[in-house]
Design a protein around this ligand. Sequence first.
Ligand code: GDD
Length: 346
Amino acid sequence: MKKKVAFITGINGQDGAYLAKFLLDKNYSVHGLLRRSSNSKLSRIDYLNIINKITFHSSELNEFKNIEDIIKKIKPDVIYNLAGQSFVQYSFNNPSYTFDINLHSVLNMLEIIRRNKLDTKFYQASTSEMYGNSNVDLQNENTIFQPASPYAISKTAAHHLVVNYRANYKGFFCSGILFNHESFLRGIEFVTKKITDGLVGIIHENTKPIRLGNLDAKRDWGFAGDYVEAMYLMMHYKKPDDYVVATGQTKSIREFIIIACSYLGLCPVFEGEGLNEICYDKKTNKKLIIIDKKYFRAQEVHRLKGDPSKIKKTLKWKPKYNFEKLVEHMVKSQIDNLNSKKKFIF
Ligand code: GDD
């Protein structure tokens, strides 16, 4: 039987790498898009041992003609659009780049499908950032979006495009509204990876304290490996729709630090306030965290907590990792990484 073909943009990111592995295990032929202009690192794909199983293509995401040529050539059954400018803080300084990559490229891909009359299914990576500072306790598919950054605005507009194209042209277009999802493969600019790699570094390599911003923001954190399964289930359901993917629990950055410390035998004490707050280890007096105003955002999203009832009920999806297991995975994988011959940096 002919293998189904998947095309993943952002294949070298955390989600792209996990999804590629997941689809290969489901016997898909996997094609991935890499940026031409950057030194697209393949370290995550290498870590998962799947480099030789993937066909790579290169183009900037916003180059209509190139993307169209690739899609016409490989004729994918499914496109997972996971590429993008995904760092919220960066979007405050570079809003127009963020819009170009996160919004125009989605329009391009939907147009390529429409104009060429393809029956390719399309998955869009939407995000909990679209809710912004929502006053709803548990955010679900019907909660109003109040995006609080250029990143979130670009993602909200792209989300609406997908909904609109689905209604107008009846294509199989769906969005996963994913709350924060982390893993050992997370990029070092994101807070969970900064914390876990930073603490492991302090213990095992005597590195400097970690510099962080707001410790009191709360996020609904899940494991990225669980979330790619949710994407797959959406694309294999009888009809396209949008789903919140979340754990239903919310924890602060401070709580993340405390749990991470517990897996390293550290006893964190927080002292001082605001920019003068520090965190040190009670047993050794070692400084672990320093607050740095550089890492505060022009506008913070204070609390996110998702309601995954719809995906649980309709697609029978359930996360396998809870918060503690996620933090443990990140800490232990980094210790193993430091102890292994081939060290991975993401
Ligand atoms: N990155 C970062 N660095 N964040 C910090 C720091 C720091 O030093 N100190 C505190 N924070 C706080 C941020 O202010 C934010 O409230 C929270 O930690 C999480 O920040 P990030 O890890 O950068 O993630 P995010 O919530 O902004 O966005 C991530 O999740 C979204 C939802 O899935 C990204 O992956 C987005 O692309 C994604 O859409």
